[in-house]
Design a protein around this ligand. Structure first.
Ligand code: FE
Ligand code: FE
Ligand code: ZN
Length: 290
């Protein structure tokens, strides 16, 4: 890695199927100094067998390469729904997320990202209260893991489609459990916000001013860096390879260099294999201004 590129914290969504150590090794092999993985199979709730040796080796490899756990995003399975109309689904989501957080304490400071859910016809206001209750139930003052709410595109009955909805979730969770005050963070997904109606191409400054006003920039802890297959405001959520979509390379270049974003961990979730991710990371490093 040359000096010019050393400042950009960038990674991609990786497979965890061969364990933590293999994931970290793969991430390093594509030039990443950040990474994301699913805590469980997104299609089910099964969790990998817990292997202390694997965790120890992964932690060693991370530290040898100067990658702190705060550059790792553990993504909750997106099939979980903390604001389902079905009570058993909501309860199951709380159980799964609580167990995930317990396991993540082995990687202190990991970012635990989740989708705030779909209200499935109950209305956004009810959904916001239920997702807030989930956070208030699973988080503790002692945990090292940082829980992040992901900004959503607003497809179907998704909540978290606006900064205001995310603020309302945070406010309600902190009101229910005052011991977690200031501990909930946010992950900004560039495809999702553009699809949600935030104009990433023409109004990045305005978007971040709005974010600061409504939520507060100190809550912003990570960025999902994706282009979008669909135009601004489409509420679709289909990711595209960097530069091949509606957002385009110039807007992405402004995102990674923006003073409010440039020091955060960026993670690609583009439709790509490892070689494709390596090429995207190399391109983004040349566009990053030190
Ligand atoms: Fe996500
Ligand atoms: Fe995302
Ligand atoms: Zn998405």
């Amino acid at each position: 890695m040359n000096n010019k590129a050393a400042g950009l914290i960038i990674g991609a969504h990786m497979s965890i199927s061969d364990g933590y150590t293999a994931m970290v090794r793969d991430a390093i092999s594509i030039g990443a100094n950040a990474m994301q993985y699913f805590t469980r199979n997104p299609r089910g709730s099964g969790v990998r067998t817990f292997n202390e040796e694997d965790i120890k080796n992964a932690l060693k490899l991370l530290s040898e390469n100067g990658i702190p756990c705060s550059h790792i995003i553990a993504h909750a399975p997106y099939t979980m729904n903390p604001c389902s109309a079905k009570e058993d689904v909501r309860r199951f989501t709380i159980d799964i997320m609580r167990e995930d957080i317990e396991r993540l304490e082995y990687f202190p400071g990991t970012l635990y990202n989740f989708h705030p859910g779909s209200h499935t016809g109950q209305g956004a206001e009810v959904g916001i209260k239920q997702t807030a209750h989930c956070l208030a139930s699973i988080m503790t003052a002692e945990q090292k893991t940082v829980v992040l709410i992901e900004t959503m595109a607003g497809k179907g009955s998704e909540i978290g489609r606006s900064f205001e909805e995310i603020r309302d979730i945070i406010d309600a969770a902190e009101a229910e459990n005052t011991s977690i005050k200031g501990k909930i963070g946010v992950c900004l997904d560039t495809c999702h916000i553009n699809d949600a109606g935030y104009d990433v191409i023409n109004d990045l400054d305005g978007i971040l001013e709005r974010f600061d006003l409504v939520i507060g920039l100190k809550r912003l802890r990570a960025v999902h860096l994706n282009d979008s297959k669909n135009p601004f405001g489409s509420h679709k959520d289909r990711h595209e390879i960097i530069g091949n979509g509606e957002i385009g390379i110039q807007a992405i270049e402004r995102v990674i260099n923006h003073p409010s974003l440039r020091s955060l961990p960026f993670c690609l979730e583009t439709p790509n294999d490892l070689a494709g991710y390596a090429a995207e990371i190399a391109l983004l490093r040349t566009l990053y201004k030190d």
